[in-house]
Design a protein around this ligand. Structure first.
Ligand code: ADP
Ligand code: GN1
Ligand code: MG
Length: 435
């Protein structure tokens, strides 16, 4: 059990020797997890099958999952939530944090809360992440004051009983709690252009509302997050070490990365050279990080704020294009379904420019279409790198999941390339109208 705790919280610095891997494997037994305080979840049992021979880092990731279930009951009572606890269960489909939804009876009224165990393998300074999130959510709440339904339009952090925006569990993990935004849902794909317009407008408004966040500069919660040059360095490192001997099965994808490297650096270089300005942006505003209202289908609120930090407006626009203007899911296996939808693209840009058009510079507008290709490219590269590394970063639900995600992203780029001239024309026309 000691080893479980150590592995979960010191995953990055833990030894990588095979002997240790064996020891951890032995230690990772569902009955031990159960003994720790909670019955083993389905996920723990499912992932148990992958464990023998898996890399140490991958084990750390999975054990972190298991620990979150076990530690939830320790974390929840630390937050300033009143009433009777009813139940809690895993929630959402994010790739990074462990998310749970709890239900309470507050004097006869049902209330729900979202609890998240911050992934420390990804966010190494959770206190800085929470410092950013508190500043950002309070600023957004100020902007929403007086607007109908304001508490559904920005996340609200629920403090711990000691007043801090986080709570720690006995194994050292970091937890936070938000009000659950009732009557909302997120989607992985959309049905029509109207949703695309709502999503674009919501993300543009988010950037606009944060443009006047008072100093100091927000913390860089993941330095160089969308820096394509750094991502290529990581890719090359993974390719050279090839720890799971997977490179041979990914030749076409590796070739694609080599062919596209120069073009991929366009946006990060423009930012570094001051051709486009640094702005506060979300940095992960993909489709399922925006909540939609169940009744009106309008976009309500941007969630998943761990990466809100200085970046480029185009990082957000690009990630929206990647996930909203794609008719298929991010990990679609039937690649013929992965189609860049011009109608969705046009509506998305229209919505985004309607909120952000008045502060974007000409240089940003000129790169609007390129941003979609760029963010799709960087995600393809990151999924491929994680596949080569042995799936140490993203949650996966099947052995080749990361390679499949990479293939779907490349298919989307190919679909964009087929319609590139039209996409550029649309972006130019809408930028001219809204700027
Ligand atoms: P991750 O970092 O793992 O992606 P998220 O913060 O995006 O975690 O949460 C996962 C999912 O949970 C989101 O995609 C969203 O659908 C849902 N969600 C998160 N926070 C809330 C909230 N406060 N109210 C309603 N749903 C939420
Ligand atoms: C991760 O947390 P989630 O699932 O919203 C990732 C993003 C990727 C995305 C791909 C901190 O986002 O950068 O675009 O997966 N977040 C982090 O779906 O790496
Ligand atoms: Mg998310």
């Amino acid at each position: 059990m000691d080893m479980l705790c150590q592995l979960s919280y010191k995953g990055n610095s833990a030894p990588t020797a095979h002997a240790d891997e064996q020891r951890i494997y032995t230690c990772y037994d569902p009955t031990e997890i159960a003994a720790f305080g909670q019955a083993p979840s389905e996920e723990i049992s499912r992932f148990g099958a992958f464990f023998s021979g898996a890399s140490f880092a991958k084990l750390a990731r999975r054990v972190q999952c298991a620990m979150s279930n076990a530690m939830l009951q320790e974390a929840i009572p630390q937050f300033a939530i009143y009433g009777d606890f009813v139940n809690a269960a895993p929630f959402g489909n994010g790739h990074i944090n462990e998310t749970f939804l709890s239900v309470w009876n507050q004097a006869g009224v049902r209330a729900r809360y979202v609890h998240q165990r911050i992934n420390e393998l990804v966010f190494t300074k959770p206190d800085e992440v929470m410092e950013n999130i508190v500043r950002v959510t309070e600023h957004l709440a100020g902007k929403m004051l007086g607007r109908a339904d304001s508490s559904r339009r920005a996340l609200s952090v629920v403090p711990a009983r000691d007043g801090k925006p986080w709570a720690r569990d006995s194994a050292g993990g970091w937890w936070r709690t938000y009000l659950y935004i009732e009557g909302s849902h997120s989607k992985d794909t959309i049905d029509g252009p109207e949703s695309a317009r709502f999503l674009g407008e919501c993300a543009g408004l988010f950037q606009k509302q944060l443009a006047d966040l008072p100093a100091p500069r927000l913390r860089d919660t993941i330095p160089r997050f969308h820096d394509m040059e750094m991502r290529y360095e990581n890719f090359r490192r993974a390719l050279e070490s090839d720890p799971r001997s997977r490179a041979a099965g990914a030749e076409a994808e590796i070739a694609f990365m080599r062919e596209n490297e120069e073009r991929g650096a366009l946006i990060v270089r423009a930012l570094r050279e001051g051709k486009i300005p640094e702005r506060i942006c979300h940095n992960d505003v993909k489709i399922n990080n925006i909540l939609l209202d169940n009744e009106t289908a309008q976009a309500l609120c941007v969630v998943d704020l761990d990466t809100v930090m200085p970046g480029a407006s185009l990082y957000d626009l690009g990630d929206l294009i990647r996930t909203v203007a794609n008719r298929a899911a991010e990990d679609e296996r039937a690649l013929e379904k992965v189609v860049f939808d011009m109608g969705f693209f046009e509506a998305l840009l229209d919505g985004y420019f309607s909120a952000a058009g008045d502060f974007l510079t000409q240089a940003e507008l000129d790169l609007a279409a390129e941003s979609g290709r760029n963010l799709t490219h960087i995600m393809a590269l990151r999924f491929l790198t994680d596949y080569l590394d042995g799936d140490v970063y993203y949650k996966i639900s099947r052995p080749v999941h990361n390679l499949e995600r990479c293939r779907a992203q490349i298919a989307l780029i190919r679909s964009m390339d087929e319609r590139w001239e039209e996409a550029e024309n649309i972006a130019r026309r809408l930028a001219g109208r809204n700027a």
